[in-house]
Design a protein around this ligand. Structure first.
Ligand code: ARG
Length: 569
């Protein structure tokens, strides 16, 4: 049962003129159970109701109708506190978790609606770096969270497979490229000649003109240019797929920037017809002065199209194809202006769904103060990062559990889990200073800690010979789950649903990762204080049901942020 909503509904009948939703917003979960399980801070209503907080709390207390789920209520220092009946609370929650299983925490609020999530979207011929990792793990988590809440998620990888950089790459390849080296080294070699192009063009600016000319050829369908481009794309995709396989991330569409080549003319015509395009020294742009933004450049003077043109075209295409209720774009905060500009263009075109477009920015990743830039080649390779994490996990397994069966798979699950979780452990907007030490730290509030807690709980169930499917919720004697440690776990289990919903509303997967640490910690306290495999069958049964509820919830939560939950580590 949703205690918060239930309580808000009750209180709404007592508090005149205050809506149930507003009350639900105010209800808190006190950090210390002595202050109740739920609490309404009445001072927040004091102005509206023209009454002293304590008087509001007292009145609520005197009028409160009993309920079997509630043990007592109290009015203390302007708070109206509600104490749940611990046995009923435990029975209620454990029953729900056990019966819902891998659907525990899921909801149907998104039914019949779709959300397009544009994420990862690396650039062809450029290293898949730690900034793309952030977009990938945040976007993937949002994808799963929306899906869990009943939405149809559509994951789009808007590959950076078009743009002037391909002109540069073609020039670089023709001057210094070596086919075999590129076949062998892949993106690293493409990157090397791309960086060389920039170094050389600093002193030989005519290279830039050549590159521009090649890109125009590419846009006009020149066969040689097209063949080289296709090759660069294939080489790059092969490497990206390796990353996605390791991370276990999937997309519904790989329609990158080039996909819109034959769709931009119609959009440009539409912009013209709507009298939105202005010519400026041969280029075409949409003025945004009235909105305090620089103009959005749509066509360059050489006829080439831009990042903006492709994003506007892609959004219209996606609206028509997926009929989304929301379309989110997960990139670093540095691209905010770009998104604000073209969101405005869509709005000015008269599309009311412009308000359904949302940029989901995240903080920059820096390395010891230096900004990560692909152009200078100063990047942390994701492949290296994941490789190191997996290797480190493998060493730990060899040391602690050398006889484990599927070592390679578990090393991948935990090593990659550490990296993903580390990325999601702070609010996304926070800038990150990358440190190898932190990324590879498995102690404390980390992914491996949560995964290990899950495995430990699984091992208790194994030792008890509990057949997972056979745990009968109805037979659980919840009066044995009323001690503070068990109640601590029950409270966390209860919060899962609410946290997932919050994560969706705020587009903030870190709410789920932090929740998982809280749940793991509450379980570990319970585990240390309460022996589980005791002789008393009723106590043992109740505790095992709680342990099982923890494994279910940890696993569901880990899956939402893209982590596996191995049963043995
Ligand atoms: N390729 C871009 C980059 O790596 C990100 C693309 C984001 N998606 C979009 N529709 N603009 O910076």
């Amino acid at each position: 049962m949703n205690y918060k909503l239930w309580l808000a509904e009750q209180l709404a009948t007592q508090l005149e003129g205050v809506e149930m939703d507003a009350i639900a917003e105010l209800i808190e979960y006190p950090p210390n159970p002595q202050m109740g399980d739920l609490s309404l801070p009445c001072f927040k209503l004091s102005k509206q109701l023209r009454k002293a907080p304590q008087a509001i709390a007292e009145e609520l207390k005197s009028k409160f109708q009993g309920h079997s789920a509630i043990e007592r209520v109290d009015a203390v220092s302007g708070y109206f506190n509600v104490y749940l009946n611990p046995a009923q609370f435990a029975s209620d929650i454990v029953t729900e978790v056990l019966t819902k299983g891998d659907r525990y925490g899921s909801q149907t609020i998104g039914q019949g609606r779709s959300v397009v999530i544009d994420f990862s979207s690396p650039n062809i011929a450029k290293t898949f770096h730690i900034g793309h990792l952030r977009s990938t793990v945040i976007g993937n988590a949002l994808y799963k969270i929306f899906e869990f809440l009943g939405y149809k998620s559509v994951g789009v990888n808007h590959l950076g497979d078009w743009g002037t950089q391909f002109g540069k790459l073609i020039v670089a390849y023709k001057l210094w490229g070596n086919k075999d080296a590129i076949e062998a080294e892949g993106i690293d070699e493409l990157q090397r000649i791309y960086v060389k192009f920039h170094d050389e063009s600093d002193v030989k600016p005519e290279l830039e003109d050549e590159a521009r000319a090649w890109f125009v050829k590419l846009e006009q369908g020149d066969a040689e240019a097209h063949e080289l481009w296709r090759w660069f794309v294939d080489i790059s995709l092969k490497e990206f797929h390796k990353m996605y396989d390791l991370l276990n991330v999937k997309f519904d569409s790989y329609a990158g920037e080039s996909f819109y080549n034959d769709k931009m003319a119609a959009v440009l015509d539409e912009l013209k017809a709507k009298q939105m395009l202005e010519e400026d020294q041969g280029a075409l742009l949409v003025r945004l002065d009235d909105y305090n933004m620089p103009p959005a450049l749509m066509v360059k003077k050489d006829g080439g199209t831009l990042y903006h043109t492709r994003d506007v075209t892609a959004a219209i295409y996606r609206k028509n194809t997926y009929d989304f209720e929301k379309a989110v774009y997960v990139t670093d905060a540095g691209q905010s202006l770009h998104f604000n500009q073209w969101f405005k263009v869509i709005e000015l075109m008269g599309y009311d769904w412009a308000k359904q477009l949302q940029h989901v920015p995240f903080g920059k990743v820096s390395l010891e103060g230096a900004k990560l830039s692909t152009r200078k080649g100063n990047v942390i390779h994701l492949e290296e990062l994941l490789g190191k994490a997996i290797e480190k996990t493998r060493e730990i397994i060899e040391e602690k559990n050398p006889n484990m069966e599927n070592k390679d798979e578990v090393a991948r699950q935990v090593g990659v889990g550490a990296i993903i979780f580390n990325d999601l452990s702070n609010n996304r907007i926070k800038d990150i200073v990358f440190s190898w030490e932190e990324a590879l730290n498995f102690e404390g509030e980390t992914g491996p800690y949560v995964q290990y807690t899950h495995a430990r709980a699984c091992s208790v169930l194994r030792k008890a010979g509990v057949d997972h499917a056979a745990l009968d919720a109805a037979a659980v004697k919840a009066e044995h789950l009323t001690n503070p440690e068990a109640q601590g776990v029950v409270r966390e289990l209860y919060l899962f649903k609410e946290r997932v919903e919050q994560a969706m509303h705020k587009l903030e997967p870190s709410i789920v990762s932090r929740y998982l640490v809280d749940l793991a910690q509450s379980f570990n306290r319970f585990y240390h204080e309460c022996p589980i495999l005791v002789d008393d069958e009723a106590v043992r049964g109740a505790r095992l049901a709680l342990v099982r509820s923890v494994t279910i919830t940890l696993k569901n939560g880990l899956a939402l942020i893209g982590l596996d939950a191995p049963e043995k580590i």
